[in-house]
Ligand binder design. Structure first.
Ligand SMILES: [Zn+2]
Length: 434
């Protein structure tokens, strides 16, 4: 029924077009009487149905694109040369495609039975066609896309991974020098280390708490391709640290969008603010009275200074809204974030701001907002960090932040099940390693 309607509709459209053209022809004959004979001949001899077909073809011709899209099934014994030769592609382009393909595999050994998607531009003046795109699978989950760059007509290629495999990994190490280098030694990629430091950033001051022979263990996801090659890291499921005689175990709990890290008692470790909004820095001047290094007289230092190399990223110590991002005089380039009705933080002497950081921008805890510099009244690269509680500047390093929420009732029960499952997974991962 639907199809019939569609066909009728199509017919009506073409008939309307036909009538329109016929009307113009009649009008034209009035103005150009010389053509009268031919016109009348045509209208007399043609049946309406045939006319519709003719007009249809005329329009199809008009809209016909010079691009041809082919899904070519690879036959055994096929080579790129053979396939493209058959499609009448210019020799020069075939050679460029082969050169690109050779970066990934042998152009004479294609996966028979798989399909290559080819887009060709028909060349009407010259007999050889040119290539727009050539997408060929080299494995079950990798496609090599070779295409012509629009501006320069250059032939380029890229690897497209169509399928990734998620795998749990366990990594552990003794901290010999610092967390970062010990984690790198344990083959953990930098993004995961940063996330690890962020999760523990509420509990541990990485500058002061870490002692030689402290220990960490971490279970996280890695995305790999079918050859086991690392593509990217996923989230951390479990993190353990033994620092300075203290043991902290954290479990990721929640759904993919909203999750949190909880200790063995089901208490969230995440707090409104992180202890230090910067990694790998040294506390160089604490909150309190001091002789100002530039002004020379005694003055209350209303923040905490962290010495770090110029360009080291600075994180938002809590989620909130940027209320200032600009020049603050003595503070140089500075950022102020309002976290809630109680807390605000200030970051000063920045070299520059992270992309998109401006007034009214919402930021997440741990998000990079700017980079260490020495702008304003400053003697060397450092971050001047202030925490403001109810409008009053306080010592960020002594600040007791309200602890995170605790899981209760059914949530707590679910967490306990999740915790046991995670512990079982860890035991399995450990035994696999041995
Ligand atoms: Zn300062």
């Amino acid at each position: 029924m639907f199809q019939m309607l569609g066909k009728n509709k199509e017919k009506t459209v073409y008939f309307a077009l036909f009538t329109l053209i016929l009307t113009s022809v009649i009008l034209a004959t009035i103005f150009f009487k010389n053509d009268k004979e031919i016109v009348s001949q045509k209208t007399n001899t043609s049946q309406p149905d045939e006319d519709i077909t003719l007009i249809k073809e005329f329009f199809l011709q008009k809209i016909k694109s010079p691009f041809i899209n082919i899904d070519y099934e690879i036959k055994s014994g096929d080579s790129i040369q053979k396939i493209l030769k058959k499609l009448k592609i210019q020799n020069k382009e075939i050679q460029s495609i082969i050169t690109q393909y050779k970066k990934y595999g042998s152009a004479n050994r294609l996966l028979a039975g798989n399909k290559i998607n080819i887009i060709i531009e028909e060349n009407l003046s010259n007999k050889d066609h040119s290539i727009i795109k050539f997408s060929v699978p080299i494995t079950k989950s990798i496609i090599i896309e070779i295409s012509k760059n629009n501006e320069e007509g250059k032939i380029l290629s890229k690897k497209i991974i169509t399928k990734l495999y998620k795998k749990n990994f366990i990594a552990e190490n003794v901290i010999t020098n610092n967390l970062y280098s010990s984690a790198i030694d344990a083959n953990i990629n930098p993004n995961t280390i940063i996330e690890f430091a962020r999760i523990f950033g509420f509990e541990i001051d990485f500058q002061r708490d870490i002692r030689k022979n402290d220990y960490f263990r971490i279970v996280y996801d890695k995305y790999i391709d079918e050859n086991g090659e690392f593509i990217k890291s996923g989230s951390i499921h479990y993190a353990y640290m033994s620092v300075n005689g203290r043991e902290i175990t954290l479990y990721k709990f929640g759904n993919d969008q909203t999750y949190n890290y909880f200790d063995i008692n089901g208490k969230s470790v995440e707090k409104a603010l992180m202890k230090t909004p910067i990694n790998g820095a040294r506390l160089s001047s604490s909150f309190g009275m001091r002789k100002h290094p530039i002004l020379g007289f005694n003055k209350m230092h209303q923040g905490t200074d962290f010495a770090a190399r110029e360009g080291v990223p600075i994180m938002a110590s809590g989620s909130g809204t940027v209320v200032k991002s600009g020049w603050c005089g003595g503070g140089g380039n500075c950022i102020k974030i309002k976290h809630n009705s109680t807390y605000e933080t200030v970051y000063a002497h920045l070299k520059n701001f992270a992309r998109g950081i401006k007034k009214n921008k919402k930021v997440k805890q741990g998000q990079i907002i700017g980079y260490v510099g020495t702008t304003g009244l400053s003697t060397g690269p450092h971050l001047h960090y202030e925490v403001i509680v109810n409008g009053k500047k306080v010592n960020s390093q002594k600040l007791k932040l309200p602890s995170g929420k605790s899981l209760k009732d059914s949530e707590r029960e679910l967490f306990e099940i999740h915790r046991i499952k995670t512990d079982v997974l860890i035991a399995e991962l450990i035994s696999e390693k041995k």
